[in-house]
Design a protein around this ligand. Sequence first.
Ligand SMILES: C[S@@+](CC[C@H](N)C(=O)[O-])C[C@H]1O[C@@H](n2cnc3c(N)ncnc32)[C@H](O)[C@@H]1O
Length: 287
Amino acid sequence: MLSDVTDIMADPQTGQPLALSADNTTLSSADGRGYVIAPEGFVVAKGPGAPLGDTGAMVHARETFLSGGQFGPFVEAVTEAVHDALDDAADPYLPHPVIVDLGAGTGYYLAHTLDDIAGAYGIGVDVSEPAATLLAASHPRVAAICADVTATLPVADHSVDVVTVVFAPHNPEECARILKKDGQLVVLTAVAGHLSQLRAPLGITDPDDDVLDKLNTLLGDRFSAVGPAEIVDYQMQLDQQAIATQISMSPSARHIDAATLAQRAATLPDRMNVTARAAISRFTPNS
Ligand SMILES: C[S@@+](CC[C@H](N)C(=O)[O-])C[C@H]1O[C@@H](n2cnc3c(N)ncnc32)[C@H](O)[C@@H]1O
């Protein structure tokens, strides 16, 4: 919850510390700048030009699909990578390590990790209000922030043990700023072959072959890889309903209208094997 992590929150405009009001409705700095806490429990910290993020329909589809457990191996891989990152820290026995998940969506990955790491606190950031609503309710040790991850985050310099980015936008500069010097960035990214059996029939695009090279280039001179990326690759048995839900939660939902997608999905077998394929990587900030 927010009070667990208020001591590492900072005004994105000024860097000043933020304090929680006694009635839990505002986070404000000594100079009077404040951020409202929505009745749904998330801090509203997005600027006027922020994108909307996922729609309510996409968030609902994600919640439905993830609750089926089809991405179980992905969530396990993220949690294991966070454990490994914490084990590598100067003090691997911190009572309350802080994990920040950027583009956290419904909180599925962060909540699973917090369940597995006793005492850890989580800060989930997502610009979508429907996502932030579910995020706020995802775990008792999650603080939810509705903010644009490509802008300055309301988190103090070098205060965070692990940042995770799971199928979400990046901000290497901010990750380097908020991570402790011995902290780590954990990234799960879809690679070529992910959902391959659905690409041609549904007309959706495959991740580029060089997606991992692009990630390394993006992180540039701010981060160094901790060993090679590991590929998580398995088969899911999906029925038509699960396929429709999977596509409705993906970026394809923005590019192909729902009726066309439904028409194409109806031509698929009732049940089919679909490849799930992503790379998990860890990075340390360069000093
Ligand atoms: C593909 S979803 C992944 C969600 C979650 N990490 C998961 O895998 O279940 C991408 C998420 O990033 C959010 N998002 C997109 N652009 C964003 C931005 N600029 N700032 C914050 N969140 C953003 C979307 O609202 C969405 O929840």
